[in-house]
Structures are given as structure tokens and as C-alpha cells.
Design a protein. Structure first.
Length: 51
């Protein structure tokens, strides 16, 4: 992991590392948001079917 970051640092002087980290972070957030929306939607559907 540390080796990977040091290699990335050679190209972008620290800039690339932040962008890559942010991109991974954003992808993880998007996945979580989709999951949360799905749970909320299921909840709403269950509530509606119960009346």
C-alpha cells in the first residue's frame, strides 16, 4: 500500500494521490448512498403495503 502511494507521488507530486483517494472515496460513498436509498424505498413500500 505504502509502496503504491510512493510510486503515485513520483508522477503527481502529491496531487495525484489526493485525486485517486478522493475518487475511491466518492465511489464508496455512491455505493453506500444507493444502498441507503434502496433501504428507504423498501421501508416505504413495506409501510404502504401495511397501510
Amino acid at each position: 500500500m505504502i509502496d503504491f502511494w510512493s510510486k503515485v507521488d513520483l508522477f503527481g507530486n502529491g496531487q495525484m494521490r489526493t485525486n485517486t483517494y478522493f475518487f475511491q472515496f466518492r465511489k464508496r460513498i455512491e455505493k453506500n448512498v444507493r444502498l441507503i436509498l434502496l433501504i428507504i424505498w423498501m421501508d416505504a413500500t413495506n409501510a404502504r403495503s401495511k397501510g
